[in-house]
Every structure is written in C-alpha cells, then in structure tokens.
Design a protein around this ligand. Structure first.
Ligand code: IPE
Ligand code: IPE
Ligand code: MG
Length: 259
C-alpha cells in the first residue's frame, strides 16, 4: 500500500486533473421539494448522480473519489429518513458492488460502523474484500463519518497500539491511524446545494484542499458540473504557504512528488 505524505510536511506536486476529489453531496431534499416529491425521491436520484460522477471520474483519470453519504450528525434527522438512508445504502451495496468490481474500482467505507446493523456491516466487509485489489479508481463512501470522530479514533487506536507514544507523538505517527491513510489528501473539495461549510467532513485531510461550492443540487450534478469544478481548480494557484513570486521565479522549494 502506498504511503502518502502530508501537505504540511512535503509540498505535493499538484497540477492538471485533481488526483483526489472529495464531495459533500448536498441538496437532495431541496431537489425533491421543488418537484413536490418526498425527500426520499431526492436521495434516490442522488444515487444516480453518484453513478454518473464515478463514471466521469474514471474517464477523467481521477484516482480517488470520496463522497459524504451520511454524517455523524445526520442521526438527528427524523427516524424514517434515517432508516430510508440506511436501507438505500444497503441496497446500493447489494446492487452496485459487482459492477464496481467489473470496472476495477476499489470501494472503501469510512466512518463509525458501530451503529450499523449486522447485515449492513457484513455487506460492507464483503464489498471491501471483493474490490480490495482493484487498481482503478478508489471510491470511498463516508457513512456515519465525522471529521472529529476520525481524529479521536485515530489518537485512541494509536495509543492502544503504541502506549509509549502517550504525550509525545507527531503527525507522522498519527497519520496511519486516520481513516483515509490509504489516499493522498484531497486536491479538490466540492459541495453542492449552495451551503458554504464543511459540516464536519474531512477536517484533518483538507488542510490544503481547494474548496469549490456550487448551487447545483446534488441530484442535478452531472459530468458538465464536475468539469466546471475541475476548471475552477485548474485556474487556482496552490501556494502551500509560499508566495506567488517564489512560485513564478522558480525559487520556491521543490514540489516533491508525494506518491
Ligand atoms: C444530502 O442532501 C444527503 C444527506 C445529507 C444524506 P440533504 O438531505 O441534506 O438535502 P437538503 O440539504 O435538505 O436539500
Ligand atoms: C452534509 O450535509 C452531510 C452529507 C451530505 C452526508 P447536511 O445537509 O447534513 O449538512 P448541514 O446540516 O446542512 O450542515
Ligand atoms: Mg443538506
């Protein structure tokens, strides 16, 4: 498994197509409401938008796509919506995994699984196992995920493994325990639905991610919308703490490849 270095230690080589895109798929409820449909219909259409986005990412040669499907705070929603979302997740795993495997996609689920029922946890484990050796796109679904939960579980797991580090550890020692240790940090973050916030998504990993917000509601997000986000990303200057003049004069410390 490759190990990736953090943007606060090594300046990533970042240009062209983002290697890792992270998306908050927001706006399903509003999409449905506009059409006088129940919120569930919006979530259902959201799965189609995800399918299309996965396909576009493969074609555009994006290596990692990470999507926020259910946050640790989404349990606060009405019980029937929570249960619909869990069923939809289960169904998606049952229906889509064979196709993902055929397309050489490696599927990973991040988040606190302790609140999922046995059936869902079994499906998750099977899907991850089946697709583990695939070398195409890595698709990560964040389910019952929270950025703070991630950092806390990483600290706890590290100290369980290495109690001698208590009181004296570095980023380097913590990183292997974070949920996304298998991927480089996101280059581009997209949030659909018009809100401009992070909502407890990948807090640690987005230290230097380019942020892109669009009013498009998630069920309406398509290839063209993805390309617009990538174009915006490509127009930015990623300085990682350096000055613009340093970058232009070529005097800046080298952007060492971090793969
Ligand atoms: C995102 O859409 C999906 C989840 C959070 C599961 P929403 O359900 O948040 O849709 P809006 O924001 O209410 O429109
Ligand atoms: C963020 O969307 C979580 C997901 C898309 C899964 P929310 O709709 O839950 O976010 P807030 O509550 O508006 O911040
Ligand atoms: Mg929302």
């Amino acid at each position: 498994m490759p190990s990736f270095q953090s943007s606060t230690r090594v300046i990533p080589n970042a240009s062209g197509v983002p290697r890792h895109i992270a998306i908050i798929m927001d706006g399903n409820g509003r999409w449905a409401k506009k059409r006088f449909l129940p919120r569930a219909a919006g979530h259902q259409r959201g799965v189609e938008a995800l399918r299309e986005t996965v396909k576009a990412c493969r074609e555009l040669d994006v290596k990692y796509l990470t999507v926020f499907a259910f946050s640790s705070e989404n349990w606060r929603r009405p019980a029937d919506e929570v249960s619909f979302l869990m069923q939809l997740f289960l169904k998606m795993l049952e229906r889509e995994v064979a196709k993902l495997h055929e397309n050489n996609i490696c599927l990973k689920i991040i988040g606190d699984r302790s609140h999922f029922d046995d059936q869902l946890n079994r499906r998750i484990a099977e899907a991850e196992q089946l697709t583990a050796d695939n070398t195409g796109l890595t698709l990560t679904i964040a389910a019952n995920y929270g950025g703070r939960w991630d950092i806390m579980q990483a600290v706890r797991a590290m100290l369980r493994d290495k109690p001698e580090l208590s009181g004296n550890f570095s980023e380097l020692e913590l990183e292997p325990y974070l949920s996304m240790h298998y991927a480089p940090e996101p280059d581009l973050f997209i949030r659909t639905g018009g809100e401009q916030r992070i909502s407890n998504f990948l807090l640690w990993q987005m230290a230097y991610t380019e942020l892109y917000f669009t009013d498009t509601l998630w069920p309406a997000f398509d290839r063209e919308a993805l390309q617009a986000a990538i174009r915006s990303y490509q127009s930015r200057e990623r300085r990682f703490g350096r000055t613009s003049e340093q970058l232009r004069s070529g005097q800046a410390p080298e952007g060492k490849a971090d793969a």
